[in-house]
Ligand binder design. Sequence first.
Ligand SMILES: Cc1ncc(COP(=O)(O)O)c(C=O)c1O
Length: 422
Amino acid sequence: MTDLTKDGTKINDSKKILKNTSLYEEGMKFLMNTYSRQPVVFEKAKMQYLWDVEGNKYTDFTAGYGCLNVGHSNSEVVLAIKKQVSKIIQPSNIYFNEPQVTLAKLLCNLTDFGEKVFFANSGAEAIEGAIKLARKYSTDKYNKDRYEIISFYNSFHGRTFGALSATAQVKKQSLFEPLLQGFRYAVLNDLDSVKANVNDNTCAILIEPIQGEGGINVTDEKFMYELRNLCTEKDILLILDEIQTGFGRTGSLFAYENYNIIPDILVVAKSLGGGMPIGAIISNNEISKAFVPGSHGSTFGGNAASCAAGVAVLNYFKKHDLIKKSEKIGNYLFSCLKNLQEKYINLIKEVRGRGLMLAIEFKFPIAGDLVNLALKNNLLLNKISDFTVRLLPPLVITKKDINNLVNFLNKTLKGFDENEKN
Ligand SMILES: Cc1ncc(COP(=O)(O)O)c(C=O)c1O
């Protein structure tokens, strides 16, 4: 059974959980239809919990697509933002502001290679900046044709045209052709496929250490190491997209630390801002000097409010030893999911990921139903395909929250399993 809003948009009744649907209906009416919206409107949130407009409490296993590693409205971040906005929000980028300089310095100190930072407002924008920086560095150094970039099938780098051109997923790209030229695509964890795409015009290789939107596909250690060597040998820049894997998500501050390599350009965003819009590219002096006044810019990039939030986020990690704690809790969640896989071997094909970036892949297209049922049980999960559910909780999630989720999964999968058998 379905309801219709005034403009005829269907609300699937099986999904409807709000008693008072007026805000949802108005959202459907006044906002462009770019997401499959869940039938819930949130009013407030604190750390790993959210409350809807009717006061119901939910536990978050999505962290706003991974942008809330330190939790929703983390009080240390909120305080820093409040203090900053009452002083100055954005003086303009022809002047420095204090949080911007402090955050840039912190990011350089926290990476093994970082000497310069450029701030953007989002992940996609930061990727655009990285593409421009890599092209400019390479075309300045070699010749005007050295602008090709190799990225990977099933990757996700954002929705703007440069980032979309790097996002090798037919379903996302095909609606918007022609794309930016100069992109080639290789198979993840297949060095021969990369080598087959390298030529004299290759300026960079762009890779996520773990493909997030593409299905939680983990890049092999050996492959990453060989990729690094290939890049060094041919003076190709290795650009790591750590927009989703960064800031403790995979058990270390940055995922590249698990690989014993360093990138030439590191792209971060999402959780750096603790919920505020920010993106950044980090590189060394030699590469960064390809950007000169006029090469690139952003009105709001590096604004004092977002940077103050970023400084508070990085301080929070240190003060609360969040990375160590999250690695431990990630291992616990992974072992619980593995136990479920053993128990529901007919249903679960694979459990994969690292830290608190995990996926459950099913043998049947039950991800949507599971996510809808979870919502009715006050748990927020994210489906990345009909077969796969992604778990990306705020890193402050507790063992109790995880046990609650595991009980729900156990109960629900038991029902699905019995259905399958009948
Ligand atoms: C790995 C990766 N790169 C880039 C992006 C794009 O970031 P944004 O949505 O902030 O533009 C995302 C967003 O999900 C991402 O996961």
